[in-house]
Design a protein around this ligand. Structure first.
Ligand SMILES: Nc1ncnc2c1ncn2[C@@H]1O[C@H](COP(=O)(O)OP(=O)(O)OP(=O)(O)O)[C@@H](O)[C@H]1O
Ligand SMILES: [Mg+2]
Length: 165
């Protein structure tokens, strides 16, 4: 009986994805450093691990990638961030857009259609493999734009059409 239950539990565990967030209000206390080492330790243990760098400081991406790689990655998507996603996609053309998302993109690029309220990307770019079992969706310094827009939207929903301004 115990054996059967344990087998079922193990089966469930293998199919389960866990999200681990490291949170502390205080700055500079080691959240990013802990996350970086935790990710590597989980990957070493054979767990398929994905870093998603949502922090506009991008320290996790800076720890994991070379400055050149980050610069190149950000440069290729600048127009999408600065001039609007849909407009830039049309300007680039279908084939070149497909080529752009065939390589890793920042989390801000992936979330830009959500920020602009136009939808979601249907085809997702691959993450960056930084070690065995360990991938990264890199951050971007411009993520503050996404944070601002989404927090305003949430605030407006809470206020409602007749709420206090
Ligand atoms: N266990 C540790 N022992 C000594 N120094 C550490 C330790 N963990 C982190 N540090 C150092 O402390 C500094 C801040 O660490 P880290 O950037 O991880 O903090 P943080 O909480 O993510 O900061 P922020 O709030 O700015 O995002 C870094 O210089 C880092 O190298
Ligand atoms: Mg940090």
């Amino acid at each position: 009986m115990y054996g059967t239950l344990q087998t079922k539990a193990n089966f469930a565990m293998t199919r389960q994805t866990s999200v681990i967030s490291v949170f502390n209000n205080k700055g500079g206390v080691g959240k990013t450093t802990l996350s970086f080492h935790l990710g590597h330790a989980l990957a070493d243990m054979g767990k398929k691990t994905l870093f998603v760098d949502l922090d506009p400081q991008c320290n996790l991406s800076i720890y994991a990638l070379s400055a050149n790689m980050i610069e190149e990655l950000w440069l290729a998507e600048d127009e999408f961030i600065d001039s609007g996603f849909d407009q830039s996609t049309t300007k680039l053309g279908t084939d070149q857009f497909k080529a752009l998302i065939a390589s890793p993109r920042s989390i801000h690029f992936l979330l830009k259609p959500t920020e602009e309220g136009t939808g979601e990307l249907s085809d997702l770019p691959p993450p960056i493999e930084i070690a065995k079992n360990l991938d990264l969706i890199p951050g971007r310094l411009t993520m503050h734009m996404y944070e601002d827009r989404i927090s305003h939207r949430l605030l407006n929903v809470r206020r409602g059409p007749f709420g206090l301004q």
